[in-house]
Design a protein around this ligand. Structure first.
Ligand code: GLP
Length: 235
């Protein structure tokens, strides 16, 4: 089996388990970490921040960013990363797509060439309720590279609570593609809560299909899956 599943009691325990995966990757010589936003990775970032691990010679590359938001916007993913990890644990280089670059073709090619020059050793992922990874919504091809995504109405609605009103929620994002993600040497995907249980079961036990982008992880040789008991409840 290429998918190593660990079931933990709660997100705090998941933070400790995820931290160990980072620690082992570092010990094995990992130099480039693919990072993610959302609520799921926060307990891992808390453990990394509290640790004595040193990332100052390493590189991080984030999965995605909203088009239109700059690093000073509190809802941008760059801002999130500064706040939850980089201020406390700086990397030598931290890449996040440039949401203020409105030329999608230039920006996505630039980002893809950064990844090609810095192959990702360990990619951290959260899981969307509909099985999305990054901003790769259902229907995204397994060969996809970094691209501009039109956010689905449900994603816009889900994120509206973070903005003053729904009109301010960005309509587009830049996201690594499925193909980009699958090139990482190792993948760590984490999911918590009953609302993720169906997506978790489809990811691990369902057919490999674009209907569930996370199911493409079944084709990757080295995936660690950390779940809490509720997210594992449909396995
Ligand atoms: C957003 C992000 C994903 C994230 C997902 C789930 O769509 N682009 O990278 O995995 O939300 O977020 P949460 O971890 O808050 O459940």
């Amino acid at each position: 089996q290429n998918m190593h599943v660990q079931i933990v009691k709660d997100p705090a325990a998941g933070g400790v388990a995820g931290f160990k995966v980072f620690q082992q990757a570092l010990a094995a010589g990992a130099k480039v970490f693919g990072l993610a936003t959302g609520s799921t990775p926060i307990s891992i970032y808390d453990q990394l921040t509290a640790s004595d691990l040193d990332f100052s010679q390493l590189t991080s590359i984030n999965l995605d960013e909203y088009v239109g938001l700059g690093s000073d916007h509190p809802q941008s993913y760059r801002y999130f990363m500064q706040h939850h990890l980089f201020n406390a644990k700086p990397f030598a280089h931290s890449y996040v797509p440039d949401g203020l670059n409105t030329d999608a073709d230039t920006e996505t090619k630039r980002y893809e060439s950064i990844i090609a020059a810095n192959p990702i050793d360990l990619q951290l992922l959260g899981l969307g309720r509909n099985g999305h990874v990054g901003f790769n919504e259902p229907g995204t091809a397994p060969q996809s590279t970094t691209h501009k995504v039109a956010l689905t109405p449900s994603t816009i609605a889900a994120n509206a609570r973070f903005f003053d009103n729904a009109d301010e929620v960005p309509r587009y994002a830049y996201s690594m593609g499925i193909g980009t993600i699958l090139k990482a040497k190792q993948i760590l995907i984490v999911a918590y809560g009953a609302e993720k249980a169906a997506a978790v079961a489809a990811m691990l036990q369902g057919p490999v299909t674009a209907d569930v982008p996370a199911s493409f992880l079944q084709t990757h040789p080295n995936v660690t899956v950390i779940l809490d008991e509720q997210a594992a409840s449909q396995l």
